[in-house]
Write a protein that binds this ligand. Sequence first.
Ligand SMILES: *Cc1c(COP(=O)(O)O)cnc(C)c1O
Length: 435
Amino acid sequence: MKFYSTKQKNKLVSCRDAILKGIPDDGGLFMPVNIAKIPPEFFNRISNLSFQEISFEVAKNLLRNAIPHKILKDIITEALNFNAPILPLNDNLFVLELFHGPTLAFKDFAARFMAYTMAYLIGNTNKKLNVLVATSGDTGSAVAHGFYNTPGIRVIILYPTKKISEIQEKQITTLEGNIIALEVKGTFDNCQALVKKAFLDSELSNKLWLTSANSINVARLIPQSFYYFYAYAQLKNKDLPVVFSVPSGNFGNLTGGLFAKIMGLPVSKFIAANNVNNNVHKYLKTGIFKPQPAIKTISNAMDVGNPSNFARILDIYDNSVEKMRNDIYGASFSDEQTKNAISEVYNKYNYILDPHSAVGYLGLKEYFSEVKFQGKGIFCATAHPAKFSNIVEEIIDRKVEIPLRLKKYLDRDKKSILISKDFEDFKDFLLSLSN
Ligand SMILES: *Cc1c(COP(=O)(O)O)cnc(C)c1O
């Protein structure tokens, strides 16, 4: 499998280069050259396969021989060693729980698969690979855990001081070892700007082997197609049309779903559910895309004003809004609506949603009523409600139990390095690292 840049379709690179580089030099995004359909025979037996078995079949189909199959199988078995169950809320409404990984958010799928894959791809070398990642919370914790103790790889996480939750900060700052937490005196945008600038700095790239773990890396999208197949596999009645509602920020999760559809998964529609950061919803309505500064909401992992994967989605649909509309239905919701949805689902189904998953639920609910949809609807629950207990508990007026794997971080001591938002400070720090 080869990859092209969305900005230069005729210049192909290997899977290894695409994943280890992260971003093409021309500033585009890597995309697989051709995503083949999985033979129909696979769908006849899909109901009897485990999540890992399905993931392996899908990964083989997508990556061809880029990674030896035996190794690919080991990567999947070790990286994706947790479940992605669907749970019926009623006959036609299902929640796909994507928060059973170590950091309780769906980003665990991507981060762990990427870590294991990169560890294989760097092979035995004396050079250290430095993975830079800017985070507003969830990405950093998932990446830190995915790469923890990975030989040959060092992870440098930049997060905005005092702007992430206590649990998120503890998940990033208490691992140590090959995980370095840089606490930046600035905003998430400052963190992201520092990372971007580091890649453009020739002195740094000459001295250090750098790559990115933000959602632009194509290795993060690949595993995000697996659970759509597995969700479908778990449906007892597969005769009715199926739609997925995806709470979206940078649109990596939804792009994974589109890969699944291209590979032949029978999905009649994806619902792109946004909070008020809704310029993709506006694009679907008007055909005009305007990036905007992010607005703060209670579903903060989706507070994205210029979604990084949107260029990939445009690429898939040849820049045609009509084609995109055939597959994607847009919707967006306020914090008020999100809170009401958490309350509604709790009272009606005795199920607790986190604010992001609640936006996914709202997207699906709107779709059912707006188009009189008669089929099966599945929405992604992207985080465990305990990660956002401060918001959720007030709405449902009861405690949310914190799973043990989350609780254990709260007792550990934070270890971070405070830096300013000036690039020179960040650069000096990077140059001080040994190779
Ligand atoms: C990152 C994140 C999202 C948004 O996913 P994208 O792939 O960026 O669209 C939604 N919910 C949670 C909990 C997240 O952490």
